[in-house]
Design a protein around this ligand. Structure first.
Ligand SMILES: [Zn+2]
Length: 138
């Protein structure tokens, strides 16, 4: 089951549940999706929450509510990933090219390393946590 965040042409947002992404596409093309508020069939998909760019720590501090929720997300991510420290970019690349066991990792990457990973199509989530700012100060 896929849950997509949807929006109509006047920005009412709502959730849609689909058996698959393909099923969502089929219903969208057939104009079967309707806004529950205004009945518009001009529906589009919003970016999923997990794909959000979390931004810099300074932006985050200005929004206390999302920051609290983000802290919980970070706790879960840290509890369920292996700390590979400065080897992060190298390890992410090895996982991507199936040279090592697939798993969740966390660590430190420079801006350049992150850009290189992105160019190779390797998705990396950047989190504004203490280790990141420590690196910047060095
Ligand atoms: Zn609407």
């Amino acid at each position: 089951m896929k849950v997509f965040n949807l929006s109509c042409d006047v920005d009412h947002t709502f959730e849609g549940w689909f058996s698959s992404a393909a099923e969502f596409g089929r219903q969208l093309e057939a104009h079967l999706l309707r806004c529950p508020v205004c009945d518009s069939t001009e529906v589009r998909r919003l970016p999923a929450a997990t794909r959000l760019n979390l931004g810099a720590p300074t932006e985050l501090a200005a929004r206390s509510q999302p920051a609290a929720a983000l802290a919980d997300v970070i706790d879960v991510l840290i509890a369920n990933s292996e700390d590979v420290g400065e080897q992060f970019a190298e390890e992410a690349r090895r996982i991507h090219y199936l040279e090592t066991k697939a798993r969740s990792i966390r660590g430190i990457a420079t801006v350049e390393e992150r850009a290189q990973l992105a160019e190779e199509g390797i998705d990396v989530l950047t989190l504004p946590i203490a280790t990141a700012s420590k690196r910047t100060l060095q």
